[in-house]
Design a protein around this ligand. Structure first.
Ligand SMILES: CCC/C=C/C=C/C(=O)SCCNC(=O)CCNC(=O)[C@H](O)C(C)(C)COP(=O)(O)OP(=O)(O)OC[C@H]1O[C@@H](n2cnc3c(N)ncnc32)[C@H](O)[C@@H]1OP(=O)(O)O
Length: 311
């Protein structure tokens, strides 16, 4: 069988070998190249093709202030467009992942809405809420897989944020709180929409959202919010970056197509997802990444030995 595949692939592979040789010498997101700077986020390229985005207001337990809501959008739009980035880890600086929305901003948020009358103020407030939603939806829209590495408290908007990530790991000391009811709000930036699909128990989601009960790491693991619990923050980041490296080593056409279709199919009936998949792959199955990957497999090489072109 291997011989047949090898024969079938021989002709295009000759062409491929030439293009692989030329790509191998291309510059590729070298570790150490300075990523863009933000005030509330710290970006580091700690591994090849992997960006580490750190919520960076440790003295305020990484409370998400107005600037941070905006910077998250800019940051992940940049990442979506950056062909040298193939996977992202999101974590929090200091003692907490995040304490949620910056409470100091709350008053201004809802009181200062312009408009001549209630309808116009409501209209403008709706626009604002949509903008807040985008700060986390942008992580889901980003075709590069995003891994949340949660340590310490992850409160309110923090749960909205991690619900929009593709993979969630935490350390033993992590806790999770859908805290919005405690400040008089129905959570409106993604938790109520995404968490039930992640956790699978509507009863548990309802309980957490109605009571703001603090859920600890073991329960978060057992209910499926988290897929791995690590002993401490250092190990958590090491493991999260390791998984990001494993993702980044694989064909970006395959990985990003997988994310886009997983997200698409999650919210739609299976036949619709399958239609989308067929339309997607009628172009993407023509990628040279398949030939490169098959050749590597036949040569018993891992994907990390294949120089995939940037995407
Ligand atoms: C349309 C938008 C919709 C979005 C809605 C989102 C809603 C939410 O996010 S609801 C959740 C709101 N967050 C909270 O209620 C958490 C409040 N904070 C805490 O419970 C504790 O601070 C925490 C358990 C996170 C950490 O406790 P610790 O003892 O370690 O630290 P503290 O001494 O309490 O805090 C240190 C300094 O950080 C400031 N701070 C903490 N959280 C916030 C916050 N969310 N917003 C603003 N500032 C925060 C705290 O005031 C301290 O500051 P300072 O006194 O200047 O040292």
């Amino acid at each position: 069988m291997a011989l047949v595949v090898a024969r079938l692939l021989r002709a295009p592979l000759r062409v491929l070998c030439r293009s692989m040789a030329s790509e191998a010498s291309e510059p590729s997101g070298a570790p150490g190249a300075p990523p863009r700077e933000f005030q509330t986020l710290r970006l580091r390229q700690e591994r090849e093709h992997v960006l580490h985005v750190e919520l960076n207001r440790p003295s305020k337990r990484n409370a998400i202030n107005l600037l941070c809501w905006r910077e998250l959008v800019e940051c992940f739009q940049d990442i979506s467009r950056d062909p040298s980035c193939r996977a992202v880890v999101v974590s929090g600086a200091g003692d907490a992942f995040t304490s949620g929305i910056d409470l100091a901003d709350l008053g201004g948020l809802f009181l200062g809405i312009p408009g001549e009358d209630v309808a116009r103020r409501a209209w403008n407030l709706r626009q604002k809420i949509l903008e807040f939603q985008e700060s986390f939806s942008v992580l889901e829209k980003c075709p590069k897989p995003v891994i949340a590495a949660v340590h310490g408290p992850c409160i309110g908007a923090g749960v909205d944020l991690i619900s929009a990530c593709d993979i969630r790991f935490c350390s033993q000391d992590a806790s999770f709180q859908v805290k919005e009811v405690d400040i008089g709000l129905a959570a409106d930036v993604g938790t109520l929409q995404r968490l039930p699909k992640i956790v699978g128990s509507q009863s548990l989601v309802n309980e957490l959202a109605f009571t703001a009960r603090r859920m600890l790491a073991p329960e978060a693991l057992s209910c499926g919010l988290i897929s791995r619990v690590l002993p401490d923050k250092a190990t958590l980041l090491e493991v999260a970056l390791g998984v990001a490296v494993a993702i980044a080593a694989r064909s970006p056409v395959a990985v990003q197509g997988t994310k886009i279709n997983l997200v698409y199919s999650r919210d739609r009936p299976t036949p619709e997802g399958l239609q989308h998949m067929a339309t997607w792959n009628m172009a993407m199955l023509q990628t040279e990444d398949i030939l490169k990957s098959v050749q590597a497999a036949l040569e018993k090489k891992g994907p990390e030995e294949v120089p995939f072109a940037k995407l």
